[in-house]
Ligand binder design. Structure first.
Ligand code: GLU
Length: 287
């Protein structure tokens, strides 16, 4: 039985299209990691950006997970229902002087070759614009369970990053931290395409005085041409009638090859084997 101190993992897809092999690998890796530690595995749909949503993507993601036996604990969460908690966090940060409103245009930032504010927004109170978090000269240190210790100086990479966009959508960095903290997520296991975001997220945890989760970034599945598999690149959708085969392939990709006797076994049996044999040390850092 999971209790308050036990492991909580999660899968947090954006509903921009059906799951592809790369997202199945991320779902499977986080599921196995949570289950191998007798933890819970939560599902959160990151539907913060309606223009990028694909019709029926959420239904198709849920059906795909179910077909692969990747059943979640508790109710599915939807970020679109969490505005109150994001506003509360923004108000706390603003009251403590950690944020400012920035109305610099993307073009102005490009021309100045800076990732963040290029004008006097840090000092003047702008009425409209994006809300940015002051990062000062922070160097963030964190540990990835696969890659070891990592450091990043935010001023050199992203600068004062955006928490709420000028079009009023909440930024991924804010929402992911607030939601993982709300759900007491202890272990973030996700694709290494998201590694670049981790220092920003750790910084935000620290500023909000919230405990950081542990991180494990899984190797990224790529297409034959080496390109990242993504919904934007139109990676082929997972076929539900090949669930057992897909799980087998995803396990092999994660260097957890099941015994030949389990070839074509029902998904439940494959998952049972995989939970019992889950061992993050086996993961390759590169595919
Ligand atoms: N919603 C993000 C995506 O689909 C993943 C967020 C996360 O796992 O931190 O890429």
């Amino acid at each position: 039985m999971a209790n308050e101190t036990s492991v909580i993992g999660r899968f947090a897809p954006s509903p921009t299209g059906p799951l592809h092999f790369g997202s199945l690998v991320a779902a499977l890796g986080s599921y196995l990691d949570a289950h191998a530690q007798q933890g819970k595995w939560l599902l959160r749909i990151e539907n913060l950006d309606p223009p990028r949503e694909a019709p029926n993507a959420t239904t198709s993601i849920l059906a795909c997970l179910e077909a692969h036996g990747l059943l979640w604990h508790e109710q599915v969460q939807y970020q679109s229902q969490h505005s109150d908690r994001y506003e509360h966090a923004l108000a706390t940060l603003s009251a403590a002087g950690h944020t400012y409103v920035c109305d610099c245009s993307r073009l102005a930032m490009q021309q100045a070759s800076r990732p963040d504010c290029v004008s006097d927004c840090r000092l003047s109170k702008k009425a409209h614009g994006a809300i940015r978090l002051r990062t000062h000269t922070a160097t963030v240190h964190y540990n990835d369970r696969l890659r070891g210790d990592i450091s990043e100086t935010l001023a050199a990479t992203c600068g004062d990053f955006v928490l709420k966009r000028r079009d009023n959508f909440y930024a991924y960095q804010l929402a992911v931290v607030i939601d993982d903290a709300f759900s007491s997520v202890t272990d973030v296991v996700r694709g290494s395409d998201l590694l670049d975001n981790t220092a920003r997220q750790c910084y935000l945890y620290d500023v909000l005085a919230l405990p950081r989760p542990r991180y494990l970034h899984l190797p990224l599945a790529t297409a034959e041409n080496g390109q990242k598999l993504s919904k934007q690149n139109h990676a082929p959708a997972i076929q539900l009638n090949k669930a057992s085969e897909n799980l087998w392939d995803a396990l092999c990709f994660l260097r957890h090859q099941p015994p030949a006797s389990l070839q074509a076994a029902p998904v439940r049996e494959l998952l049972e084997w995989a939970v019992a044999h889950w061992s993050p040390q086996l993961l390759p850092t590169q595919p």
